[in-house]
Ligand binder design. Structure first.
Ligand SMILES: [Mg+2]
Length: 178
């Protein structure tokens, strides 16, 4: 038995700068129809950057979606014609000022496959050179440095809630440091 859903109709609802929204009518394996609301996204990167004295770099910013400030790893959207490696280097420098001489992709995950095709590529950035941050004009960012232990403690206490950030820190601890 196939679980594939055949698209019978696809309707564009909204085309935006960050996302597009479409509603697909699908035929299920039992021939019944259903609707799927799908957020199309061009993908993003998140960068876990480690300073030369072993601090992890986070950015604090207000997230309108949840009306609260979040502590996250530097991150951003992959722009048209950009490859994720380029986005990672660009976003790290824009948001924190740091350039990395050792940027490595750790993994790529689906952030919310129930309703979006967004892929987040997670990078590890080491061997850093400090420079000047140049956030986008609508970004208000505070750079925060934490030790790995402090970051793990914040995950445990629910003070770090962003999924890519939790994933990156735990991935680093479990699979990079071992
Ligand atoms: Mg960003």
């Amino acid at each position: 038995m196939t679980r594939e859903e055949k698209t019978m109709k696809s309707e564009k609802i909204y085309e935006g700068k960050v996302i597009n929204l479409r509603v697909d009518t699908v035929e299920l394996p039992d021939r019944k129809y259903s609707k799927r609301e799908i957020v199309e996204h061009s993908g993003a990167v998140g960068i876990l950057a480690i300073t030369n004295d072993d601090k992890l770099i986070f950015v604090k910013q207000f997230r309108k979606t949840i009306e609260d400030e979040l502590l996250e790893i530097p991150a951003g959207r992959i722009e048209t014609d950009e490859i994720p490696d380029t986005t990672a280097a660009r976003e790290l420098e824009e948001e924190t000022g740091f350039k990395s001489n050792k940027l490595k992709k750790l993994t790529a995950v689906l952030s919310s496959p129930g309703f979006s095709n967004e892929v987040i590529h997670i990078y590890l950035a080491e061997d850093l050179q400090e420079g000047t941050a140049q956030p986008d004009e609508d970004e208000y960012i505070e750079v925060i440095y934490l030790t790995l232990e402090e970051a793990l403690d914040k995950i445990l206490k629910g003070e770090i809630r962003d999924s890519k950030t939790t994933l990156a820190v735990l991935f680093y601890k479990a699979l990079v440091l071992g």
